[in-house]
Design a protein around this ligand. Structure first.
Ligand code: BG6
Length: 491
């Protein structure tokens, strides 16, 4: 991969926000350090911040430098020199910022131009209109939309219509950073570059699938967003459903933008709807209360420090969600997909567990079914648990042992952050790992009835202490059919 990088202008709205500082700029620095940014490429942060270029470079120097490996100051300085800042007035009354941006971009129409909207979704339409009015949308322009894309299907469609009025669908990159994670990429390779799995990747051999994204972090300072999002919109609608799609999709005919996305849409459209009274049987929601996490005492969701006091919405919002989903097609009929995500869980880890069925007839006591565990983070790897005989004379004793592949041990190259890959894909114009409009719509179409049922039934989320593995209901969700969550992590 040593194509000559093309010059580009990357304009980041929300350019001084948390996502930019924690994820985007560190990722861009890594790309620069690896020689993947052309010398002329510029990064222009847009915010209300009232900063000039020097202030902004100082801010990035202070906030980002500590989180990335700076092995030589020249490279770091080269990165800082790419950065610019333009202040904008979101209300639209003061148009100076747009004029400044226009002047900065003038004469560079041939470069690829990427508008990265890392700002709240209600700004997507107005920003796109303003870019159009200022004549900044060139044929070589692309726009990146950060999640959440709306809060339900109608609001997502509205945003898509607004953005779609200015940009063609091929120019729109809807990001889900989970798709840029190395092990998620590897899941496709595991499934479609190895022959042995395909014959057993179906309901004849697989008992159920578990997808867990557990976080130890809480939501301090995020009440404004989280009260109106909750775990279902923040994590399940996008990250967990994307993972489910990659596990459940049919083999695409090609590794290209449309073939993979076509197959993912088919999975989303095959999800069995969970409606009305069923919601209690198929879903569980929880909210963390005070407890011990990472060896320290932490407050409950309602007592998290924030600029705003808790409201009714704060009492109703879920910081944990678990769902028993079903993909209604020939391959997966009858195989539950258990999805689970929560804040303030005992460990931070994401994994996909494929639980195989037991042998049809066991001649050894104590055998347990095979299990394939794909760890997405941390310490990415794949484990296949198989039964082996414990050494020793006398009675045969069985033990499940893992055949283990650790990516860190097997490959010595640095594992890039998801945003590095995705930013490079946007800059080079490859949308395969981004969500198409119909994909986002299909995901909302499945999520909306669950949200609606939660609302009409109005029961509060089940409390769970911070540092625990979620509410009791989540365990009942699986134990009802004699199954259990895979809790063997970290190993
Ligand atoms: C984001 C959510 O999309 O993903 C956050 O908005 C969450 O609430 C984050 O913490 C988790 O990402 P990762 O890569 O740390 O697992």
């Amino acid at each position: 991969m040593s194509e000559t990088p093309q010059s580009a202008d990357l304009i980041v709205f929300g350019g001084t926000g948390d996502l930019s500082m924690r994820k985007l700029f560190p990722a861009l620095y890594h790309c620069d350090r690896d020689g993947r940014l052309a010398p002329e490429t510029r990064i222009i942060a847009m915010s209300r911040g009232g900063l000039d270029d020097a202030d902004f470079r100082g801010k990035v120097d202070a906030e980002v430098r500590g989180s990335v490996p700076v092995d030589d100051l020249d490279t770091w300085q080269r990165f800082l020199d790419r950065l610019h800042h333009v202040s904008i007035d979101i209300s639209g009354e003061d148009t100076t910022g747009w004029a400044t941006l226009t002047a900065l971009l003038a004469g560079h129409e041939q470069r690829s131009r990427v508008f990265y909207l890392a700002s709240p979704p209600m700004t997507f339409g107005p920003f796109c209109r303003e870019l159009h009015r200022a004549g900044l949308v060139t044929p070589a322009s692309r726009v990146v939309l950060e999640k959440p894309l709306g809060r339900d299907l109608p609001s997502a469609q509205r945003i898509n219509d607004e953005v779609g009025a200015i940009f063609d669908e091929e120019q729109i990159y809807r990001i889900d950073h989970y798709l840029g994670k190395e092990t998620v990429q590897n899941l496709l390779v595991l499934r479609f570059a190895n022959a042995f799995l395909e014959p057993i990747w179906n309901s004849l051999w697989i008992d159920h699938v578990q997808i867990t994204v557990a976080e130890t972090v809480g939501t301090p300072g995020r009440r404004g967003y989280y009260d109106h999002a909750g775990a279902l919109r923040d994590m399940v609608q996008n990250h967990l459903l994307q993972l489910l799609c990659l596990v459940a999709m049919e083999p695409p005919s090609r590794n290209d933008r449309e073939s993979i996305r076509d197959e993912k849409v088919k999975v989303l459209e095959s999800l069995r709807a969970i409606t009305g009274g069923e919601v209690d049987r198929f879903t569980v929601r929880g909210q963390y209360t005070a407890g011990e996490s990472g060896g320290v005492q932490v407050p409950g969701y309602l007592d998290e420090p924030d600029n705003t006091a808790p409201t009714d919405a704060s009492h109703r919002v879920e910081t944990f969600a678990a769902i028993r989903a079903e993909v209604k097609n020939w391959r997966w009929a009858g195989v539950p997909f258990y999805l689970r995500t929560g804040k303030r869980m005992p460990d931070r880890y994401s994994e996909i567990v494929v639980q195989f069925k037991d042998v049809p007839h066991s001649i050894f006591p104590g055998s347990t079914p095979n299990r394939l565990v794909l760890r997405l983070q941390p310490s990415e790897g794949i484990k296949l648990h198989i039964m082996a005989k414990e050494p020793g004379a006398g009675e045969v004793a069985l033990k499940p042992v893992p055949l283990s592949l650790s990516f860190a041990e097997t490959f010595t190259t640095r594992v890039p952050e998801a945003y590095e890959r995705l930013l490079m894909d946007v800059l080079t114009g490859n949308p395969t790992l981004f969500m198409r409009r119909d994909e986002v719509a299909a995901a909302w179409r499945w999520i909306d009835p669950i949200l609606g049922a939660w609302e009409s039934y109005g029961t509060a989320p089940e409390p769970y202490p911070a540092g625990s593995s979620g509410p009791a209901g989540a365990h009942e969700l699986v134990s009802r059919s004699d199954r259990a969550w895979h809790e063997e992590y970290p190993v």
